[in-house]
Ligand binder design. Structure first.
Ligand code: PEP
Ligand code: MN
Length: 337
């Protein structure tokens, strides 16, 4: 349920409403707009107390949120969510590209790729330290050592970094070294992990599960916002379908749909979304055209030597080409890159 307060309601008035919400056993979530403050009342069926709030003279309206996800919905917040990560605005006019290798393999590689992608215009460095691998015998990532390398390269290049946490016990250490915590596709419904990142302050990139609906993605997003962490980016990274010519089917229709249903920024991962290097540039163009706030792309200077996901990694010259291509699309749509 959403309580909209009358314009110019004082801080004391807001506190009064918040107290009442807590007294009734619900969680208040305050969103201050330019003119009005709205308060989300989260919990089981709060609308039964509608009249309690309607009776308050500072309350303009009380409306139920019809969707199962509440804080995430456009009904709760009309304006797009924007926030800064290490000086980079996410969800604004500028298209943000995050790029880097699938995994941090060693210091030389991550530093080389970071310099390359920065030179081409990427604003955030990606690289996995804890890797979710289908086979237990495949390279599992460098773990904490990888996080340290990411932090060092971030200091050298000035690029903020995004990297994955696979387990609630990794959240603390990942937020110590990284600027954005990635929740990978395989963990989209790891509810303990969602709650853990929701309790923290570190911005989160939540990837859509490989067999998850948009509604399930948004319910997972709700776990994070309801814990008090509002700095969330959603990511479409392809889903499983009957089509097996590509690694996954990149669901570009999810972008305008998510934009319609929520206020959260959305990224597209054309690398995992297709699994094929040749398709990464065209699907990146399409993603920006469909309204994505940015991309997360895998880049490797020698893809044939990559310890993971070499088939979908772009060599640096192809990544530079990608950046030029999406600039043209962004400009045509009145955005910047
Ligand atoms: C990744 O970004 O390296 C990754 C493993 O992605 P996903 O969880 O989307 O498969
Ligand atoms: Mn990968």
């Amino acid at each position: 349920m959403i309580i909209t307060l009358k314009p110019d309601t004082t801080q004391k008035g807001i506190e009064h409403v918040v107290e009442k919400i807590k007294e009734l056993g619900f969680a208040p979530h305050i969103s201050k707009g330019a003119k009005r403050t709205i308060i989300g009342v989260i919990g089981e069926n709060p609308i039964r107390y509608r009249s309690v709030f309607e009776a308050m003279f500072i309350v303009e309206s009380v409306v139920p949120i019809s969707r199962p996800y509440k804080l995430v919905s456009r009904e709760f917040k009309k304006e797009n969510t924007k926030f800064k990560v290490g000086g980079v605005e996410i969800g604004g006019k500028k298209v943000v590209v995050m790029a880097g290798p699938c995994a941090v393999e060693n210091r030389d590689l991550i530093l080389e790729v970071a310099k390359e992608v920065k030179g081409a215009g990427a604003k955030v460095l990606r690289g996995g330290a804890f890797k979710p691998r289908t086979s237990p015998y495949s390279f599992q990532g460098l773990g904490k050592e990888g996080l340290k390398l990411l932090a060092e390269v971030s200091r050298i290049t000035g690029l903020p970094v995004v990297t994955e946490a696979m387990d609630p016990r990794q959240v603390e250490v990942v937020s110590e070294y990284a600027h954005i915590i990635q929740i990978g596709a395989r963990n989209m419904q790891n509810f303990d992990l969602l709650r853990e990142v929701g309790r923290g302050k570190c911005p989160v990139l939540l990837k859509r599960g490989i067999a998850s609906t948009v509604k399930e993605l948004l319910m997972s997003a709700e776990y994070i916002l309801s814990g008090g962490n509002y700095n969330l980016i959603l990511c479409e990274r392809g889903i499983r379908t009957f089509e097996d010519s590509t690694r996954f089917t990149l669901d570009l229709s999810a972008i305008p749909l998510i934009k319609k249903l929520t206020h959260l920024p959305v990224l597209v991962d054309p690398s995992h979304g297709t699994g094929m290097r040749d398709l990464v540039v065209p699907m990146s163009r399409a993603a920006i055209a469909a309204g994505s706030d940015g991309l997360i792309v895998e880049v490797h200077p020698r893809p044939e030597e990559a310890l993971s996901d070499g088939l979908q990694a772009l060599p640096p010259q192809d990544f530079r080409h990608l950046m030029q291509e999406i600039k043209a699309v962004a400009t045509a749509l009145g955005r910047e890159s």
